[in-house]
Design a protein. Structure first.
Length: 443
């Protein structure tokens, strides 16, 4: 169990405890770390658990921080001077500033004083007395061995035995012995909550693993002790009520069977009726408070269950978010690979285009050179006086405005025509030479 888990256990237990005390004055708290901050309910609480009245004046409706601090200081002095309890390390500012850790530590000290230290069994008291009481209470239950808080509660049998001993009509003990420890613990917690009014403070998995803080086990086990004591007190009141009713019936019989002063018997009868009515009223008030506390406890448990479900839903959402993030990272990785491939393809296309541009440039250069050679050849034929196909200089101007591929096609066609003209010119030259040679020979 982590420190946070121990804090949650304390918060649940102490909120229920403080409310059970404050209910006698019609007060309650919701947040134990905030609702005691002005000192008023803290003073009420200390007066009720100690049975003593605070004689110093304090502010019933503090508005400012300094008024709240002053109330807390008065409460702590009352605790130290009148109740002889010194809580180390906690100050008035801790209450005003909502220091949950210090406030829970303060309440834990009071709980040990008024709820654990009062436990006695044999020659033991406090935690040892509580452990001995559990051992004596569960004696005879199969599988239950009580030796320590850290080891004796992991299998759930001890808590089952405590609930069954309190009210054996709740369930059959033997039906749950074959279950695994976690199932037994959960069943025990449910029976304790329904049958004894003990709220579920612990997690079965942690108890089974042995990771629950010992203080949490002591606190939870002490609730069983006080549930038994409350039952015994209720039974004592019922017994007193029945005893008085029996005595009243006896007096009535005496009135009929014996010659006793009627006035004296009537007086005794009225006294018994008054006492009986007082006890009945006290019992009715106690039953009313118990029902109100049960209703409040049910509401608190429902709220805690809603919080637990909300926490589970949040954890599920976080898990889904983490899964979505992993999927997104995978998609980003795939996109990165696709981008790299695309960049490589673009680079290849760019290099190919550069190579083609370079080749076309060389081709154009060669074509330009060929054109120059043709121009030179044309010039030569003109100078020799021979008529031949001429290369129009405007061709260069005409093709210069065309796309390069069109320029190549256009020049290729013109070069083909020029080549045909050159061939005709060469044929004419050869015929002329042959004719000249034949004339020379005939002379």
């Amino acid at each position: 169990m982590t420190g946070k888990d121990w804090e949650i256990v304390q918060e649940k237990a102490f909120t229920a405890w403080v409310n059970s005390v404050l209910d006698k004055r019609g007060e309650k708290i919701v947040d134990v770390s905030r609702d005691l901050s002005d000192g008023v309910k803290l003073i009420y609480f200390l007066e009720l658990i100690s049975g003593k009245k605070l004689n110093k004046k304090y502010d019933f409706e503090p508005k400012s921080r300094i008024q709240m601090v002053q109330n807390i200081v008065i409460a702590l002095k009352f605790l130290e001077e009148e109740l002889k309890i010194k809580v180390q390390g906690v100050g008035a500012e801790d209450f005003v500033d909502f220091n949950k850790k210090m406030i829970l530590g303060f309440l834990w000290t009071l709980y040990r004083k008024y709820r654990i230290a009062v436990i006695s069994e044999g020659d033991k008291s406090s935690e040892e007395g509580l452990l001995l009481w559990i051992k004596n209470t569960t004696t005879g239950y199969d599988g239950v061995t009580i030796s320590s808080f850290t080891k004796s509660f992991r299998d759930g049998l001890a808590f089952l035995a405590l609930s069954h001993k309190f009210d054996n009509a709740l369930f059959k003990y033997g039906d749950y012995q074959s279950l695994d420890p976690i199932a037994r613990l959960n069943a025990a917690f449910d029976f304790a909550e329904k049958g004894l009014g003990v709220p579920k403070l612990l997690e079965a998995e942690e108890v089974a693993r042995g990771t629950t803080d010992e203080r949490s086990l002591v606190l939870y086990a002490s609730l069983f002790f006080h549930a038994y004591r409350a039952k015994e007190e209720k039974e004592r009141l019922e017994s007193s009520k029945n005893e008085i009713a029996t005595r009243l019936a006896g007096l009535q019989n005496s009135l009929e069977n014996e010659k006793v002063s009627r006035e004296h018997l009537i007086k005794q009868q009225e006294e018994m009726k008054s006492l009986l009515a007082s006890l009945e009223f006290e019992g009715a008030e106690r039953e009313k408070r118990i029902k109100e506390l049960e209703a409040k406890l049910d509401e608190t448990l429902k709220n805690l269950e809603l919080e637990r479900l909300a926490r589970l839903e949040l954890e599920a959402r976080l898990a889904k978010t983490e899964k979505d993030r992993a999927i997104l990272e995978l998609k980003l990785s795939d996109a990165s690979d696709e981008k790299s491939k695309l960049e490589n393809l673009i680079e290849q296309q760019r290099q190919r285009g550069a190579a083609e541009a370079q080749g076309l440039g060389l081709l154009r250069k060669n074509l330009d050179q060929h054109v120059q050679d043709l121009l030179k050849w044309q010039k030569l034929t003109v100078e020799s006086g021979t008529s031949t196909t001429s290369i129009d200089a405007q061709i260069i101007d005409e093709v210069s405005g065309l796309p390069f591929a069109e320029q190549v096609k256009h020049l290729a066609n013109n070069l083909a025509e020029e080549n045909k003209g050159i061939q005709r010119l060469l044929s004419q030259k050869e015929e002329t030479l042959v004719h000249i040679k034949s004339k020379t020979k005939s002379k």
